[in-house]
Design a protein around this ligand. Structure first.
Ligand SMILES: [Zn+2]
Length: 590
């Protein structure tokens, strides 16, 4: 990452105003000290997105999005942190200069440039002699020039050096050749990776080309597609093909149509389906689902009609459900893909099938022929489905599915719930709470975690009052929740307290940033913050002592079994128990 001096970042953070920045995109209405509006990151009808000007942070009570001015721009504009700093710097008239000796800006801009040059070269080639056959093939598949141009479809000719010659004048460094995924190293130097393929540029949401999918078209090569490998610019499991153009439509409708292939995507766009996205050579990942959830609450799955497509639909469907997105299946005719189907029969049947979108559970039961299964096969199918349901954290969705499953199979609901609980227990999995929680979010459920959280929040909002007691009596290293440990360390660092909005920038991971914003958003105002801290400290220390007692008792049993003297350890336990009592007694105000 390019380095911008900390000073500049701080100046911009202090100058930019969160209300001002968010209000460019969201209509905000004042309620109490905060502002509310419709969340730009998920689709909703009543405002749950809130901005706290006094803390300079935002938080959505619906989807959990949250952060400061920088993360708002990062998430909303789909840019890097450095670009967000730059953008706000421009808006507020603060010049951003990079620290010298940072080669990485150069590295990244070379990578982007290489992709930009490649996309242009391939696209131009498609419209020259060497691309004739490829263009004919695309036209034969019913794709018109408008859509080919809009998505910059191209052709990489059957040659080892078309692209390598083109980029020679750019004087790129070796690591750019190496990390771009566009070249392969041979004993003759760097050579083109993509040859004799129709090229589909894959874009970053900001509109820059970051990778390619290459498809052969006139031979029976088993490797029909060759995609860019993972590179510093391109992570397969995070990128949707085409989203840079269709994002606004998806956000507007609150729904998306998900297809597997580039040509499915182009065909649908061409016939006017504006809210479509495709995957780029990979299965739908959790990260994909988390991303699409920001724009759409419902996703129509239009995968191939063959067995592989059906299984991929089921996998993707459950990933979406588990992320809190409703999947509906579009029944593509057997052995066709959406591309063929729409080309052969027009958009009508597709739209009809969309209107009759099939719920995932029904699709699953139908495709696995549940009604005609018996005995072990039927039981196995039920177990498989229950396993998927167990991974859904939203209790309402989960209960709905269990009810439907019972109805469809004509089994007593009580029996299904019994099986479900049995399976959850066997897997050692706890059933998640019904409160909707973002994926992988730590849940702070134990008494000790709650106490740790309480200390953090009291420290954040009553810094002056509780600083002395926290500083003298608490070591944040004792915290077992990594995010709270780090947060505590940051908050206690300075005698005067730190800007809460600055703390957020210390977390690189988006989910962590959102969680930190959520923790810092709601102020707690207890009557006696110091007492709160003391109570929480007692809980945390009590747990430590209890653990010590447990360990000592185990040791004692071991010594006993070996016939050794246990007096010392008995005294130790007694001492620990005394400490435990002293810890809880003065606070016991029953
Ligand atoms: Zn939201």
């Amino acid at each position: 990452m390019a380095r911008i001096p900390e000073e500049t970042i701080e100046r911009i953070r202090n100058t930019a105003d969160i209300y001002d920045v968010v209000a460019q995109y969201v209509d905000l209405i004042k309620k109490g000290r905060n502002y509310f509006g419709l969340c730009p990151f998920h689709s909703e009808k009543t405002p749950s997105f809130s901005v706290a000007p006094d803390k300079q942070i935002y938080h959505c009570f619906g989807c959990g999005a949250g952060g400061n001015v920088f993360s708002f721009i990062v998430e909303h504009e789909k840019v890097t942190f450095v670009e967000a700093v730059q953008q706000l710097g421009e808006k507020y008239g603060i010049q951003v200069q990079y620290e010298s000796g940072s080669a990485s800006t150069e590295f990244f801009s070379s990578l982007y440039q290489a992709h930009h040059v490649a996309a242009e070269l391939y696209h131009n080639t498609l419209y020259f002699d060497r691309g004739k056959a490829a263009l004919q093939y695309l036209h034969d598949r019913g794709l018109n020039d408008d859509v080919l141009k809009m998505y910059q479809i191209g052709f990489a000719p059957d040659s080892w050096d078309t692209l390598s010659n083109k980029v020679k004048p750019l004087d790129m460094k070796n690591d750019v050749y190496d990390k771009s995924g566009l070249f392969v190293k041979t004993k003759h130097g760097w050579r083109d990776r993509f040859r004799s393929r129709i090229m589909f540029p894959i874009y970053h949401p900001s509109g820059k080309v970051i990778a390619f999918g290459g498809r052969i078209f006139n031979s029976d090569d088993p490797a029909k597609y060759l995609n860019s490998p993972e590179t510093p610019l391109y992570r397969k499991s995070e990128v949707f093909y085409g989203l840079h153009k269709t994002r606004d439509a998806i956000r507007k409708f609150g729904t998306a149509v998900l297809v597997e292939g580039y040509t499915d995507f182009l065909q649908l766009v061409q016939v006017g389906v504006a809210n479509v996205v495709a995957l780029s050579g990979t299965a739908l990942a959790d990260q994909h689902a988390a991303q699409i959830r920001k724009f759409a609450s419902k996703v129509y799955l239009a995968y191939d009609g063959d067995d592989a497509g059906i299984n991929a639909t089921l996998r993707a469907g459950y990933v979406l459900l588990q992320a809190g997105v409703e999947p509906l299946v579009i029944a593509v005719p057997p052995n066709q893909d959406p591309d063929d189907w729409v080309r052969n029969e027009g958009i009508g049947p597709f739209q009809e099938a969309m209107g009759a979108g099939i719920r995932l559970l029904l699709f699953h039961l139908e495709k696995k022929d549940a009604q005609n299964l018996s005995g072990a096969d039927r039981s196995q199918l039920v177990q498989d489905i229950l396993g998927e349901i167990a991974r859904i954290s939203d209790g309402i969705i989960r209960d709905d599915l269990l009810k439907s499953l019972a109805q469809e199979l004509r089994v007593d609901e009580v029996e299904i719930i019994r099986l479900f609980k049995q399976q959850s227990r066997r897997k050692g999995g706890s059933t998640p709470s019904s409160k909707q929680t973002a994926m992988n979010k730590p849940m702070f459920t134990s008494a000790v975690q709650k106490a740790q959280l309480e200390i953090i929040r009291t420290l954040a909002f009553h810094f002056d009052e509780v600083f002395p007691v926290v500083k003298s009596a608490l070591d944040f290293e004792l915290f077992d929740e990594p995010i709270l440990k780090k947060l505590g360390g940051l908050l206690i660092k300075e005698k005067t307290g730190v800007e809460l909005s600055a703390v957020i920038d210390e977390f690189d991971d988006r989910q962590e940033r959102e969680l930190v914003s959520e923790i810092l958003f709601d102020e707690v105002s207890p009557d006696d913050p110091v007492l709160i801290i003391q109570e929480c400290l007692a809980t945390i220390k009590g747990k430590l002592i209890k653990d010590q007692i447990k360990a000592a008792r185990l040791k004692m049993r071991e010594l006993e079994s070996l016939g050794h003297d246990t007096e010392a350890i008995i005294l130790e336990v007694a001492e620990l128990q005394k400490q435990l009592q002293e810890l809880t007694m003065p606070l016991d105000r029953k």
